[in-house]
Write a protein that binds this ligand. Structure first.
Ligand code: DOR
Ligand code: ZN
Length: 410
C-alpha cells in the first residue's frame, strides 16, 4: 500500500490517498495537488526501427517525467505496424524494454491502415486501440488517400467496432501546393504547403464517411478553425466524432518559425494566432475530447537539416502538462478541463481500464525548460528556455517515482 498524505484535490481540499501496491511507502505531499495519472493518446516511441530517436526505455522515463502513466503509440514504424506478426513483434520489443526500464507503463497500440492488409483487421481488433489512417503522407510510408480504400476501411471498422484515428490532411491538396513551392528552403512555406484547406477537406471527407457508415472517428491534431466548425456540427448531429488537439498547436504559431526554423516543423503545421485562440475556445466549449502530445522525436541533426530534408515532428510528452498548467495560471484553461482532456476524455474514448495511478503536481513551481533535463532520447524541445508554471513532482504507478526536475530523476 502507498499512502499519500496532505495532498490537495484540484478543488483545494486536503486528502489522504491509499493506493494498492506491492510496496509499502508513504509520502507527505504537503503543497502538492493530485491529478489522475495522465493518458497520452498520441505518441511515436519509434520501436521498431528507429531506436536512435526514441525507445520504450527513454519513452517510459519521459512519460513519467511528464506525469503520464498511459500512452497510446502510433504505427508509423520501420517497418510499419500493418500485420499481426509485426504487431506481435512490436509488443514483445516493448515488453522487454519496459522490463529493462523497470517501469510498468500502461500502453496501447494503433494498427496502421494499409489497403493491401485489410484482411488482418479482424484478427487484431482486440489487441489494438484503433486503426490509424494517414489520409495525407507524413513521417513513414503509411498513406491511404484513395476514396475507395477510405470507404472500405471506414465500413469495415464500423462492422468490427474499431475506432478510426485519422491524420486528416488531403494528399492531393498537399501535392498541388508542394509543386507550387517546389525547391523552397523557407520553412514558413510548410504552413502554406500543408494548408488549412488540406486539413478541412480531409476532415469533411472523413465526417461524410461517418455519416455513411457510422464509424467511430477520432480526428487527430485538429489545428484550424475550419476543422473545428465541422467537428462541432458533427457532434451536434450526434455523430460519433471525437477530436484531439496538440500542445504545439496550442502554444506555438507560425510566428515561431522565425526562432525555431525547422525545429518548428510538424504535420499538420503551425497555424495562426487566430487558430490557436479558436482551439482554446473549442476546449472551453467541449468540442475537443483529448490532448495528445504527438510526441514525435527526431534527432537534432535531422531537425537542423534544411527545409525539404528535415523531418516533421516535435517531442512533447515532457512539456505538455507544464504548458497546460501555465495556461491555467493565465486563465486560459481550467484544471477540470485539463483532467478531462488528459485523463477522463481519452479513458472514455478508448474504453481503458481504471488505474489508481496518480501524479502529484506542484502548481506554483516555476521552472525553465532545459534540454539537459529531458529524458527523451532526442534531447531537445521546441519549448526550451520557456519558463513554465506548474510541474509534476511525483508519479505513483507501481511505486513512488520522484519526477520533479529539481529533484531525483525518474
Ligand atoms: O509531425 C509529424 N510527425 N506528424 C506526423 O504525422 C508524424 C510524426 C512523426 O512520426 O514524426
Ligand atoms: Zn502523430
Amino acid at each position: 500500500m502507498i499512502t499519500i498524505s496532505q495532498a490537495r484535490t484540484i478543488e483545494g481540499e486536503l486528502t489522504t490517498l491509499e493506493i494498492p501496491s506491492q510496496v509499502t511507502e508513504t509520502l507527505d505531499a504537503t503543497g502538492l495537488t493530485v491529478f489522475p495519472g495522465l493518458i497520452d493518446p498520441h505518441v511515436h516511441f519509434r520501436i521498431p526501427g528507429q531506436a536512435y530517436k526514441e525507445d520504450w526505455i527513454t519513452g517510459a522515463q519521459a512519460s513519467l517525467r511528464g506525469g503520464y502513466t498511459t500512452v497510446l503509440d502510433m504505427p508509423n514504424n520501420v517497418p510499419a505496424c500493418i500485420t499481426p506478426a509485426r504487431l506481435a513483434d512490436k509488443i514483445s520489443q516493448i515488453e522487454s524494454q519496459l522490463k529493462t526500464a523497470g517501469i510498468p507503463l500502461h500502453y496501447g497500440l494503433y494498427f496502421g491502415a494499409d489497403r493491401h492488409h485489410f484482411q488482418h483487421l479482424h484478427e487484431v481488433r482486440d489487441q489494438v486501440v484503433g486503426v490509424k489512417v494517414f489520409m495525407g503522407s507524413s513521417t513513414g510510408d503509411l498513406l491511404m488517400d484513395d476514396e475507395s480504400s477510405l470507404h472500405a476501411i471506414f465500413a469495415l471498422c464500423a462492422k468490427l467496432n474499431l475506432l478510426v484515428a485519422v491524420h486528416a490532411e488531403d494528399e492531393c491538396e498537399i501535392q498541388a501546393q508542394r509543386a507550387h513551392f517546389a525547391g523552397t528552403t523557407d520553412v514558413s512555406c510548410h504552413s502554406k504547403i500543408r494548408s488549412p484547406k488540406a486539413a478541412e477537406k480531409a476532415v469533411k471527407f472523413a465526417i461524410d464517411l461517418v455519416r455513411l457508415y457510422g464509424t467511430r472517428l477520432y480526428i487527430l491534431h485538429v489545428s484550424t478553425q475550419g476543422e473545428l466548425a465541422q467537428i462541432q456540427k458533427a457532434k451536434q448531429e450526434g455523430l460519433p466524432v471525437f477530436a484531439e488537439v496538440c500542445p504545439h498547436h496550442l502554444f506555438l504559431s507560425e510566428a515561431d518559425y522565425a526562432t525555431l526554423g525547422t525545429r518548428g516543423q510538424m504535420n499538420p503545421p503551425l497555424r495562426t494566432l487566430e487558430d490557436q485562440a479558436a482551439l482554446f475556445q473549442a476546449i472551453a466549449a467541449g468540442v475537443i475530447d483529448t490532448i495528445g502530445s504527438d510526441h514525435a522525436p527526431h534527432t537534432m541533426a535531422e531537425k537542423d537539416l534544411p527545409y525539404g530534408q528535415a523531418p516533421s515532428g516535435v517531442p512533447g510528452i515532457e512539456t505538455t502538462l507544464p504548458l497546460l498548467l501555465t495556461a491555467y495560471h493565465q486563465g486560459k484553461i481550467t484544471l477540470a478541463n485539463i483532467i478531462r482532456l488528459t485523463h477522463s476524455g481519452p479513458r472514455a474514448l478508448f474504453q481503458l481500464p481504471h488505474y489508481p495511478d496518480v501524479v502529484l503536481v506542484d502548481l506554483p513551481a516555476e521552472r525553465t525548460v532545459h534540454a539537459e533535463h529531458l529524458k527523451t532520447k532526442c534531447g531537445w524541445s521546441p519549448f526550451t528556455g520557456k519558463v513554465l508554471k506548474g510541474w509534476p513532482e511525483y508519479v505513483i504507478l507501481d511505486k513512488i517515482y520522484p519526477v520533479g526536475h529539481g529533484r531525483q530523476s525518474a
